[in-house]
Design a protein around this ligand. Structure first.
Ligand code: SAH
Ligand code: SF4
Length: 382
């Protein structure tokens, strides 16, 4: 067993009933909220910019610290609004540096967010729903019913929480380049199906991309979908982020079993949507995620079928060694099998990186996320 560092935080949640949270509002939404609270229309645009920068560029959540705002205006803000993030219930740090946050959100629900440091980047794996309506048979989240969609505030709040914890709010005069930031990339690969919570995911990612705030390039944001075909083009048009597809099988019978949304939109329909994806090019390839399940989808035949299927689509194939969870009905393919599979894809001209499992000792790896509340409930039932 590897060491786990639970870091129980006991800061009581400050509840401020009736006060609206400014986090998660689009610029237009923030502008309208400031006017509704009594900001003179002539000042509203400037005030919106200033408040936006305090929240998203400096990470400030106390109106009293917003020193370029006149004191009466700070008081008006404090009388009407809060700047609130989800509350950290537990933080765990893996031996490999991966950090997993269990966050509590309104209604007492819980979601997980994972920060993965690498040599050339730091990636935050963000959740979009509590639970998931889909029931992919290899995914731990898929065993948990959908509780609710996250709000835009709760999605962007995960980024703010991570930056707080990493201590990464830029010092005056120093604004690190993307590649040297601790939190340089976002993947929507946590709990939930992001395209079933489209508007909130879109608004949150627009905030993350805003140049006067968190300011991450759209190329550093990847949305992963199990294949909600009718929303795929819209993701390209309205968010403009990179796209990853949970592909996982090369024939419909197997994909029906692994990714049941395939019964609604099958492989052919999915591939057609991908060929039409706006912005698709060699520099902006689609990532095909492929979980390696022993004896299920990992034969040489599968690898050859896969490269045939995706012919003509600028793509890279990300092979994910299956991450086990209690009661999972699958096993991880052997290392040799995964490498043989990767070789076939590579020789067909596609990059075929094998994803290194991260944070396994704290159940933070892909597909292992599930709310503690739900786990607790199950344990009680047992
Ligand atoms: N709902 C979205 C995004 C979240 S899942 C989607 O399905 O794409 C993020 C990735 O983790 C997906 O590719 C998913 O298929 C994969 N995954 C799920 N469970 C896994 C497991 N047990 N081991 C490895 N990868 C898994
Ligand atoms: Fe939901 Fe994605 Fe898990 Fe499937 S793999 S159950 S879509 S979170």
């Amino acid at each position: 067993m590897t060491a786990i560092t639970p870091d129980l935080l006991t800061i009581p949640r400050k509840d401020a009933p009736g006060l609206a949270n400014l986090v998660g509002l689009t610029r237009e939404g923030l502008h309208a909220a400031l006017i509704a609270a009594g900001t003179p229309e002539a000042q509203a645009k400037m005030r919106t910019g200033q408040v936006w920068q305090w929240i998203y560029q400096k990470g400030v959540s106390d109106f009293g610290l917003m020193t370029n705002l006149a004191k009466p205006f700070r008081a008006l803000l404090a009388d009407n609004f809060v700047i609130e993030r989800p509350e950290i219930v537990v933080k765990q740090v893996s031996d490999d540096g991966t950090r997993k946050y269990l966050l509590r959100i309104a209604g007492g629900h819980e979601v997980e967010t994972v920060y993965i440091p690498e040599e050339d980047r730091g990636t935050l794996c963000v959740s979009s729903q509590v639970g998931c309506t889909l029931t992919c048979s290899f995914c731990h989240t898929g065993t948990q019913k959908l509780v609710r969609n996250l709000t835009a505030a709760e999605i962007v709040g995960q980024i703010l929480v991570a930056r707080d914890d990493l201590g990464e709010w830029p010092k005056p005069g120093r604004n690190p380049k993307d590649e040297t930031r601790l939190l340089s990339n976002i993947v929507l690969m946590g709990m939930g199906e992001p395209l079933y919570n489209f508007e909130n995911v879109r608004d949150a990612m627009k905030i993350a991309m805003d140049p006067e705030g968190i300011s991450l390039s759209r190329r550093r944001i990847t949305l992963s979908t199990s294949g909600v075909v009718p929303e795929i083009a819209r993701a390209g048009e309205e968010i403009g982020c990179q796209l990853a597809i949970s592909f996982h099988a090369t024939d419909d019978a197997t994909r029906d079993r692994l990714v049941p949304i395939n019964k609604r939109w099958n492989i052919e329909a999915l591939l057609a949507a991908l060929k039409d994806y706006p912005r698709l090019s060699n520099s902006e390839r689609i990532t095909f995620e492929y979980v390696m399940l022993k004896g299920v989808n990992d034969s040489d035949e599968d690898a050859r079928r896969l490269v045939k299927l995706i012919e003509g689509i600028p793509a890279k194939i990300n092979l994910i060694p299956f991450n086990e969870w209690p009661g999972a009905p699958y096993e991880r393919s052997s290392g040799n099998r995964i490498h043989a599979f990767a070789d076939i894809i590579y020789h067909a001209g596609y990059a075929s990186p094998i994803r290194k499992p991260r944070g396994e000792d704290i159940m933070a790896a892909c597909g292992q996320l599930k709310s503690e509340t739900e786990r607790g409930r199950r344990d009680k039932v047992r």
